[in-house]
Design a binder for this molecule. Structure first.
Ligand code: FAD
Length: 111
């Protein structure tokens, strides 16, 4: 599907980035301390400025302004990323993902 010799297009970049972001949530502490919560907020903020698809980044920044990142626990963060991803799914006419299942998809597996 993706030619590994070519620079990534918006789809490949997106799929790879969602894999990264949901995996970050899967490894985020269940009870993060203040520093970990602050680091995650900073990361999401910087991410929104440097994401290398400018129109994607602009919409994500708008989303952030309306929906402050929830960094109080692993499950909060995982659901927050899931809802942010759903926002893009809806914009692109794709199906929404059931955010109660994010941990099965990105952490524990479907068994
Ligand atoms: P992806 O949407 O990449 O999803 C990968 C896998 O994640 C899916 O197969 C599914 O198993 C799982 N998944 C799907 N939805 C969820 C969810 N809500 N929560 C958890 N897991 C889920 N593309 C554009 O064309 N325009 C944009 O403006 C745009 N903005 C983006 C903004 C950001 C921050 C990112 C990271 C990506 C953006 N993209 C954008 C790319 C787009 O979201 C998709 O990654 C791309 O279209 C490839 O889609 P895909 O069908 O391969 O699956």
């Amino acid at each position: 599907l993706f030619n590994k010799q070519d620079p990534p297009d918006v789809e490949e970049l997106g799929k790879s980035t969602w894999t990264f972001l949901h995996s970050v949530a899967a490894k985020y502490p269940q009870t993060p301390n203040k520093e970990q919560q602050g680091d995650m907020k900073n990361f999401i903020n910087i991410f929104s400025k440097i994401y290398p698809c400018t129109w994607c980044a602009d919409d994500f920044k708008d989303y952030l302004e309306q929906n402050a990142p929830k960094v109080g626990s692993r499950d909060e963060l995982g659901k927050w990323f899931c809802e942010a991803h759903n926002e893009v799914n809806v914009k692109l006419g794709k199906e929404k993902f059931d955010c109660n299942l994010w941990k099965k998809r990105w952490k524990d597996g479907w068994e």
